[in-house]
Ligand binder design. Structure first.
Ligand SMILES: [Zn+2]
Length: 474
């Protein structure tokens, strides 16, 4: 039978606050186990949590960039569960009155626009980290109490591609808003997928399972495909899908049952008596909204109108905030932003994709890059030598001028040298010269190649071409 998959996501993102959400412990990633803990975040009796104001600002920002309604009244609840990653035995979270409700985010999949509805975004505390070594389990509570937002979507996804596109868009929005560093490998953003299948044409959704602990985009896509296949096989063989939480084993390309899925009432939610509810005024919300930085769509519009950059180039530049920030630095005060954009999207990105340029530790500035592009487009550097210099800058840093000076890479106005080299090439290739003179234009490329090789970028292609034509016609 043919089945139609339906999916919804729960994305957890750690907020980039300096301290934890209910105490003043550092919220930074890492640290020796259990060195960033205090009586509050390790759940000692008699302690009182105090809500981090910055975390509340950040979730409101998240709500705005995902087009949510911000609740004027919001409050916190206790989600009770007993598990060693949470010493209090309850997590402070939000149930009926989350900060953000009813949003939407637009994505593009295979050139088609699609809108994904956001059900809610709430603020809660992260749990600790357990490491299992044989029969021993180790608990590290440094992560316990780091502010976490949970973004819950409506079941609007019907393919792994849509899920991946949405997840990438959310990462981009959070990064631009400056509220999460989105380092999947450090667990600062995580994605759970609720997934069910139903016979094609059926109105009713099937029983869903939840995929957890997916730690890369690749794992998300593969896990979804494996789970769809597993559910389809199960139904085809007359089996029944059990509502449960499953994890993905990437090596075996299969999902495995972890535990049966709890319903909300199993957590016995009740209002947290330690954290007072918040009532936001319109002014407070407006003030927070005003601090939102320029978002990707706004940057794209600016690139297109202010610099005349093609849509394609603009999309590539804004889809990585580091690239976009670099571009902004490069074009500030630069005469030809369009040339900078096309060299950035071409040669620069090629090297990023090859791993030759590391965007996290760039060894040259945007200004250095802009000047390199200017030299290239004003015939002061050949294509090859510009590439050579960019490679050098990527590896060791330094300005394009210093590298070009040291390695003698500038195009020279030395017509004597050019003239001598071309005489030499023509003299040592009498047959090809004869061919050209008798009307065979194709050999011209051969001469250009020879001249480029001999001159190593010391003359501009235009100058070489002029000299060659003049001398070959003689
Ligand atoms: Zn603490």
């Amino acid at each position: 039978m043919r089945y139609y998959p339906t999916m919804g996501l729960e994305i957890h993102a750690e907020l980039l606050t300096k301290s934890k959400v209910f105490c003043s412990c550092s919220a930074e990633f890492g640290g020796e186990p259990n060195t960033r803990c205090c009586p509050v975040c390790s759940g000692l009796p008699g302690t009182l949590p105090v809500l981090n104001r910055r975390a509340v600002e950040y979730i409101i920002k998240a709500g705005y960039v995902m087009n949510c309604d911000i609740s004027r009244f919001t409050k916190w609840d206790r989600k009770n569960y007993f598990y060693p990653d949470l010493p209090k035995a309850y997590q402070i979270s939000q149930m009926p009155r989350p900060v953000c409700l009813d949003g939407h985010v637009d994505i593009k999949v295979n050139d088609e626009d699609k809108t994904i509805r956001i059900n809610r975004i709430h603020l809660e505390e992260d749990a600790g980290k357990l490491t299992h070594e044989g029969r021993i389990s180790l608990a590290d509570y440094n992560r316990c109490g780091i502010p976490l937002i949970e973004i819950v979507t409506e079941p609007d996804f019907h393919s792994a591609e849509e899920v991946v596109a949405f997840f990438e868009k959310i990462k981009l929005l959070l990064l631009y808003a400056g509220i999460c560093d989105c380092k999947m490998e450090q667990g600062s953003i995580r994605c759970d997928v609720n997934i069910s299948i139903a016979p094609e044409g059926s109105e009713q959704l099937g029983t869903r399972t939840e995929l957890k602990n997916l730690n890369s985009l690749k794992a998300i896509a593969k896990a979804i495909e494996a789970e769809i296949a597993r559910q389809a096989e199960m139904l085809d063989n007359g089996g029944e899908i059990v509502q449960e939480t499953r994890r993905f084993n990437e090596a075996a390309m299969e999902t495995l049952a972890m535990r049966s899925k709890e319903d909300a009432h199993d957590y016995r939610y009740f209002p947290d008596p330690d954290i007072p509810p918040i009532i936001f005024t319109e002014e407070e919300l407006a003030d927070i909204r005003a601090t939102l930085p320029e978002m990707p769509e706004q940057r794209m519009a600016r690139y297109r109108t202010a610099y005349g950059i093609s849509e394609n180039d603009a999309v590539i530049i804004v889809s990585d905030k580091r690239v976009s920030d670099f571009f902004d630095e490069a074009v500030d005060g630069c005469k030809s932003p369009k040339n900078v954009a096309s060299y950035l999207v071409g040669e620069f990105m090629r090297r990023v994709n090859l791993g030759e340029i590391d965007l996290d530790v760039l060894k040259f500035s945007g200004k250095d890059f802009a000047r390199l592009v200017e030299y290239l487009y004003s015939d002061k550097l050949s294509q090859n030598n510009a590439k050579l210099i960019l490679g050098e800058m990527a590896q060791h840093g330094g300005s394009p001028e210093t590298i070009a000076d040291e390695q003698e890479l500038w195009i020279k106005e030395d017509t004597e040298q050019l003239s001598a080299v071309i005489d030499e090439i023509i003299a040592s290739n009498p047959k090809a010269s004869e061919q050209y003179r008798s009307g065979d234009q194709k050999v011209f490329g051969f001469f250009m190649g020879q001249a480029n090789k001999a001159l190593k970028g010391a003359a501009s292609p235009k100058a070489i071409q002029e000299q060659l034509i003049a001398k070959l016609r003689r």
